[in-house]
Design a protein around this ligand. Structure first.
Ligand code: FES
Length: 159
């Protein structure tokens, strides 16, 4: 192993370690927080008894998505304040409404555009909440704004 691959492996391992983003009690009370996790801006929600973590900047144009959470078609979603895009908290899918002209009712139904916003893993340990960044290698639309707004928030303690 040469020095370059050793450094790369070390950086990759560092990026995959969990980072503390706050106390469990505080997050449950406040319902959300933003944090820098290995220089990536992440928003963490507590909604209906579950924690979720996603990239903080909307995949559409980089709006900060940490304002409103609602349930759409039975799924917990962020509603981006800029253009009202809906993004599922659990999977990062973009949702939209569409009408199928071949169906007789012509009532709009919710559909998925696929995963647009990168989601991350949340764990709770000893009263602290940790975020581990997604290791999905395929590019996800929100990666562009995650890179553009890198290093924008404080650096919390590492686990
Ligand atoms: S930036 Fe999120 S909907 Fe436009």
């Amino acid at each position: 192993m040469n020095e370059e691959s050793s450094v790369k492996t070390s950086k990759e391992e560092e990026g995959s370690s969990p980072v503390c983003v706050g106390r469990e009690d505080d997050l449950k009370k406040n319902k959300k927080t933003t944090a820098s996790v290995h220089d990536r801006e992440v928003v963490v929600f507590y909604h209906n008894g579950r924690f979720y973590a996603l990239d903080c900047r909307c995949y559409r144009s980089g709006g900060a998505v940490g304002k409103a959470v609602g349930d759409i078609n039975g799924q917990a979603c962020i509603i981006c304040p800029w253009h009202k895009y809906k993004i599922t908290l659990a999977t990062g899918e973009g949702l939209y409404q569409a009408i199928n002209p071949r169906e007789p009712s012509l009532s709009p139904k919710w559909r998925s555009k696929g995963v647009k916003q990168r989601t991350h893993t949340v764990t709770v340990d000893n009263g602290n909440v940790y975020v581990t960044l997604s290791d999905v290698v395929d590019s996800i639309d929100s990666d562009y704004y995650a890179e553009k707004f890198k290093n924008m928030i404080y650096s919390p303690l590492k686990k």
